[in-house]
Design a protein around this ligand. Structure first.
Ligand SMILES: [Zn+2]
Length: 107
């Protein structure tokens, strides 16, 4: 276990982050980032997987960072299926996610 020393909250009340920022972890590289720094992927009741830009959709969620290598790993090595507990990605959903991953390369 890694011991994390908690910052003393409330000492700098004038800071731009007065509240706790939700931190999520990329399922591929396991890097943590603030929630908005990661893509949220969500599996709905029908087992369909899509990106959730609002971060509020119901369903089991998984997070991926903006690194195309992570998308590659999640899509090709079943990382996403494992994280979202689906048997296999719908080919349509997979194609849509691959499209997003391709867009990241050019960013
Ligand atoms: Zn990552």
């Amino acid at each position: 276990m890694i011991r994390i020393k908690m910052a003393q909250a409330g000492k700098k009340s004038a800071g731009p982050r007065p509240k706790h920022v939700p931190v999520r972890m990329c399922i591929a590289c396991r890097r943590s980032d603030a929630k908005r720094g990661l893509f949220r992927l969500v599996r709905d009741a029908e087992g369909r997987v899509s990106v959730d830009p609002t971060g509020k959709r119901a369903g089991r969620g998984a997070y991926l960072c903006h690194d195309p290598a992570c998308w590659d790993q999640a899509l090709k090595r079943r990382g996403l299926e494992r994280a979202l507990r689906v048997e296999s990605l719908d080919p349509e959903d997979r194609a849509a996610l691959e499209e997003i991953a391709r867009g990241l390369v050019n960013e």
